[in-house]
Structure formats: C-alpha cells, structure tokens
Write a protein that binds this ligand. Structure first.
Ligand SMILES: [Zn+2]
Length: 360
C-alpha cells in the first residue's frame, strides 16, 4: 500500500511575522522539495480537510474552541479571555488563520487516522502540535491535533497506540492527554532543561517514558537510546498503531535547541519504527530553519517510500531552496550544503554516560 502525503495550501499563508520562529516556510516547502525531486505523484497527495468544532471537542473544551474562532474573526480577544486561554499571549499570537490553520492540521490527522483504519502509512508534516492543552494554547500550539488523532484511532477500536516524540521539546500535551490510559504509550526524547521543562522522569506504570537528553545529542546517542530502550519498549507494547513526531528542531542547524543531530538520525528512527505496527502516521512538529526542516522532512517521505536519497540534489530542488527567505542571521549567507545535498553530514560521536544513564 503506498503512503499518503497530507498537506494544505493554508500552510503557505504568511500568517506569522518575523521574529516569530514560525515565520518561515515549513511543511509545504518539504512538499515542494518532494515534488521537485519527482517523489510525490499527484495521486499520493491529499489536501487536508478542516476539522469541525464537534471534532475538535473530542479533546478541547467547547468554550476554548469558541474563543479561538472569535479571535480569528475579531483578530483580537478581550484581556480576560486572552489570560484564560493564553490565545494572544506569549508566542501564541492571534493571526489571520488562528482557528482555521490549527483546525486544518487537526483535520489532517483525523483524515490520517481514517485512511489507516485497515492499516497503512500516512505522512502529515503540517501537523504535530504536541503542546496543545484541552482549554488553552501553549508553545505555538492552539489545537492538540495529535491527541485528537489518537482518540480517533481509539474510537475506531484501535486499542494499543504508541506515540514517539523526537522533537527537541517535551511532548507535554500528548503525555497529559493519555497519562491515565495505559494502552497509549507516550515516549518523548527532548533536551533536558528546555521549555516547557516537564518530562524529567518516566512513569512506566502509566505508559509514560521520558528521555531528557543533554545538549549536543549526537546521532550515535539517539541510536543508542532507540536500540537500548525505545524500540524494545515499543515492541513489548505491540502497538496496533504508531504516531511519530520527528520534529526538526533537534537538528544541529536549528536555532531553537542545543541538540546536534543530523537528519540521518531522524530518518533512521522513522525507518526503525516503520514495521512495528500495521498503522503508521508520521507528522512534522518543531523545526525553525526552513532549509534544515524541508530537507529533513522530504527525506522522511523518501524513507516511507523506500526511495534512495541522492548524494547531490538535482537542480530544480536546489533552485527551490535557493529561493527561500530566512529572516535569521544564518539566512543572509546560508552554507551551500543547505541547497546542494538533502543529507546532512552524519553526526556520529561518543555515547556519553548521561545518555547511557537514561537507559538503566
Ligand atoms: Zn520543538
């Protein structure tokens, strides 16, 4: 069965403005790179539907959903509602699609759950808002599309689900959503001490596994964690479905963490979990350097399709990446490796004792 790629034109809207970290092209740039490489036939691409309020209410409080809709229409929210729902607070800015965009990412995952009812693989890199809470926005996440997708699977009768979060930040919203559900295993690898500063310990009896890793995590160390602990945990859980958040902010070239992975490490992780359940949904997540995330996420699509990643990018893909604007200092004179190769130089290194200590 061929994998599906779920995207949406809504992700192209420039709703965030610099210096907001999301003011860069993301999922649809990865989609465009796949198209430039002839890896994404039109028949494998599906436009994401938008989730209805009733669908969002499977996880979110109806009054919170109403506030999000109100914020989009009015482009503002009274101070009391801003404080209550955190919409328009911190970096959860009110933008022209502040309801439709997260409702679309939720619609994409719900669609992915439906498409995999009898098994299969779906890639939805525009989705993966792991910090969303039932009644408030958090960490750029207005809707917890991941929780909604897992709940959809559960409603369809899929019992055991594994959620694997490799984003640089702890998947706090998803962990909290399923903390009382022993059939959903939530596994998060994230930089220790980084916002939201949760996920410091595992609670095995509740199916919660956290791996707070030291800064400068390298490819060898992630592989060690996967092989020594994470893959055996997943195999023992025998999931009927797996949802993976690769993220791209744990990569060395991303500005939002101090982790030092190359994209090879995330590709290997996706490859490693692929065969562990009949249903697999791979999302996007964090990632704030457009060159780094688009190359990483295009490579994830290659892994899901057993496409061999070329050493040098063909010119159409290079031209596409050369045309990308990146507002940070690194974007003024980007290194040529951000255009010319999909694959990063592998970041192999010593497995430090702090990392080994996470597996005892
Ligand atoms: Zn993140």
């Amino acid at each position: 069965m061929v994998p599906w790629f779920i995207g949406s034109e809504i992700y192209r809207l420039p709703v965030f403005q610099p210096p907001h970290p999301l003011a860069v092209p993301r999922a649809m740039l990865a989609c465009d790179v796949c198209c430039a490489l002839d890896w994404l036939p039109a028949r494998n691409y599906l436009e994401s539907p938008i989730a209805t309020s009733a669908e969002l209410a499977a996880f979110h409080a109806p009054d919170y959903i109403s506030a999000l809709q109100q914020a989009e229409v009015a482009q503002s929210l009274p101070a009391e509602l801003r404080a209550r729902y955190r919409i328009g607070m911190e970096s959860n800015v009110i933008h022209p699609a502040v309801f439709r965009r997260p409702a679309t990412s939720a619609g994409g995952i719900l669609f992915a759950a439906d498409l995999t009812a009898d098994g299969g693989v779906v890639y939805a890199p525009g989705a993966g808002n792991h910090h969303g809470m039932p009644n408030r926005a958090s960490g750029f996440c207005f809707v917890n599309d991941i929780a909604l997708g897992i709940l959809r699977w559960r409603a369809m009768g899929v019992r055991r689900v594994t959620y694997l979060d490799l984003d640089a930040h702890h998947g706090d919203g998803v962990e909290a959503a399923f903390a009382d559900d022993p059939d959903v295993l939530t596994i998060s690898v994230h930089e220790a001490g980084r916002w939201p500063r949760t996920g410091t310990a595992s609670v095995p009896e509740r199916g919660i596994w956290n791996f707070p890793v030291p800064s400068e995590l390298n490819d060898s160390e992630l592989r060690f964690l996967l092989e020594a602990r994470i893959l055996p945990l997943i195999a023992a859980h025998a999931p009927e479905a797996i949802m993976v958040l690769p993220g791209a902010d744990a990569l060395a070239d991303d500005p939002m963490s101090q982790l030092s992975l190359s994209n090879n490490a995330l590709w290997d992780a996706v490859r490693a979990v692929r065969g562990l359940a009949p249903r697999l949904v791979v999302l996007g997540g964090g990632g704030y350097n457009p060159f780094t995330l688009a190359r990483c996420w295009a490579g994830v699509w290659a892994i899901l399709n057993d496409i061999e990643i070329p050493d040098a990018l063909p010119l159409p893909a290079q031209d596409l990446l050369r045309g990308v604007a990146y507002f940070r200092a690194a974007g003024r004179n980007p290194p040529t490796r951000w255009f010319e190769q999909l694959r990063d130089v592998p970041a192999e290194g010593r497995v430090r004792d702090e990392v080994k200590g996470l597996c005892v």
